[in-house]
Design a protein around this ligand. Structure first.
Ligand code: URP
Ligand code: ZN
Ligand code: ZN
Length: 460
């Protein structure tokens, strides 16, 4: 099967021009002006933007968490991602404390094999680093193509590791060419504040926010960058939200160390005033919580300064009935919110249309940088000869409204209900197949492929 995409405005990290793209099978075979190629199918992209398919490197699909499971599985989550222009996601495997990494990988394969609609990969969360786990790191990187290892500095008793384990893990991961992802918040400080509020009878979602003040994230981010510098292991801070944490990274970069930063779309466009809506605030209970407007400005600036390289989602949806588990106790509200379908359009509308970031920057933070950092570039993350034909075609002028009534994520509310956006995903290609066209999905579960990744790049 061959496809010719004609006359689109083709944008990558470092180019922007009207061009045609010729695709054969799964791969881009030619990019240029007025290509003279016969194709089985021609897509007229006049007046549209043609960009690399989005990569969301932070999602949680069917994840066991806080006594329940996130409500999108591999099928619904990757399909919803495609509807929103994201052709690949990276999910997190969680090692169970006391068990091996391999056991966790087997569990996640059991849920994902044959079920994904879009492409995917895994980060491996190491929640119990010991002599046995140490032996598994090399195999994960060299045999499984899992080159990134997630650590939690919070969620004590379930996911958190201490600094001694962090240093040991970093030494080992560095030796084999991997990278450490980190949820950088100070778990002990948070646990202290949670208990304090509960003892005072304060149970509303607002206290989730108040139990994770900016200092809890700034402190852990600084500690993490110091350990990363000490061990020489590259680091990637996930879901960074605030000025204090970004300043810690700013300081660390003076040492020319490698610390990448991911923020998430919600931290750029939503703020903590949503927690004042009584229990409805549970829709936005996530960790870290939403912050202040001044933090949004810091994050947009951080993107333009090159300090923030990736805009992800931390997509971790829960049905309203699941959120109600914390009706009388904010610490029991499952943490997370749905966004994998909304990220590309929200970032385009709030970022590009409102002139906060350029189109090239949009491609960088929504796709290319994740591909580079996590060892997939140029197979993923660009439009170039030889790359996978993962392409999103956006009408930059079409207006539309976000609603749970029309989204494809398996969750019965939207965190962005009623938001009016400019710029709509029209067509999405995944490895040379038209996956989405005019709001219909044309690929089945099982089409999505596990993408083995290479060792990470130290610099972009
Ligand atoms: O609230 C969140 N972020 N839920 C998912 C787990 C995590 O910490 O990333
Ligand atoms: Zn996290
Ligand atoms: Zn997460």
């Amino acid at each position: 099967m061959s496809i010719l995409i004609k006359n689109g405005r083709v944008v990558t990290v470092d180019s922007d021009s009207i061009a045609d793209i010729y695709i054969e099978g799964e791969t881009i075979e030619a990019v240029g002006k007025n290509l003279d190629c016969k194709a089985d199918k021609v897509i007229d992209a006049s007046g549209k933007l043609v960009m690399p398919g989005g990569i969301d490197p932070h999602v949680h699909l069917e994840m066991p968490f806080m006594g329940t499971f996130s409500s999108d599985n591999y099928e619904s989550g990757t399909r919803a991602a495609l509807y929103g222009g994201t052709t690949m996601v990276i999910d997190f495997i969680l090692q169970k404390q006391g068990n091996s990494l391999q056991a966790a990988l087997n569990e996640w394969k059991g849920r994902s094999d044959g079920n994904a609609v879009g492409d995917y990969s895994f980060h491996m969360a190491v929640t119990d680093y010991n002599n046995e786990t140490k032996k598994e790191i090399r195999k994960m990187i060299e045999e499984e193509g899992i080159t990134s290892f997630k650590t939690f500095m919070a969620y004590k008793g379930a996911l958190m590791i201490d600094d001694k384990q962090m240093i040991g893990l970093m030494d080992e991961v560095k030796k084999h060419g991997g990278i450490i992802n980190v949820h950088a918040t100070n778990g002990d400080m948070i646990d202290y504040l949670v208990q304090k509020f509960k003892d005072e009878g304060k149970t509303a979602p607002l206290y989730h926010y108040l139990s994770q003040p900016e200092v809890t994230e700034a402190e852990a981010s600084g500690r993490f960058t110091d350990i990363s510098n000490y061990t020489g292991c590259p680091g990637y801070i996930v879901h960074l939200t605030c000025e204090g944490a970004l300043n810690a990274v700013r300081n660390s970069t003076k040492r020319n160390q490698t610390v990448f930063v991911e923020t998430c779309i919600q931290y750029l466009v939503l703020d903590a005033s949503l927690y004042e809506k009584d229990f409805e605030g549970a829709k936005w209970v996530m960790s870290p919580p939403l912050r202040q407007k001044k933090d949004q400005e810091t994050l947009w600036a951080g993107i333009n300064q090159g300090l923030v390289q990736v805009v992800a989602t931390d997509h971790c949806p829960f049905m309203w009935s699941q959120k109600l588990l914390g009706k009388d106790d904010f610490s029991k509200i499952p943490n997370g919110h749905p966004a994998v379908e909304n990220r590309m359009e929200l970032l385009f509308s709030e970022g590009v249309v409102k002139n906060k970031i350029s189109l090239n920057k949009y491609v960088e933070v929504s796709s290319a940088n994740a591909a580079k950092i996590f060892g997939m570039f140029p197979k993923k993350g660009t439009i170039a000869v030889g790359s996978d034909a993962d392409i999103v075609i956006i009408d930059p002028n079409e207006k539309h409204t976000i609603s749970a009534a029309t989204h494809h994520m398996n969750v019965d509310y939207s965190a962005y209900e009623g938001w009016e956006l400019t710029g709509k995903v029209k067509t999405v290609l995944l490895r040379g197949k038209v996956a989405i066209d005019n709001n219909n999905c044309h690929v089945e579960k099982g089409y999505g492929k596990f993408i083995k990744r290479n060792k990470v790049s130290q610099k972009l």
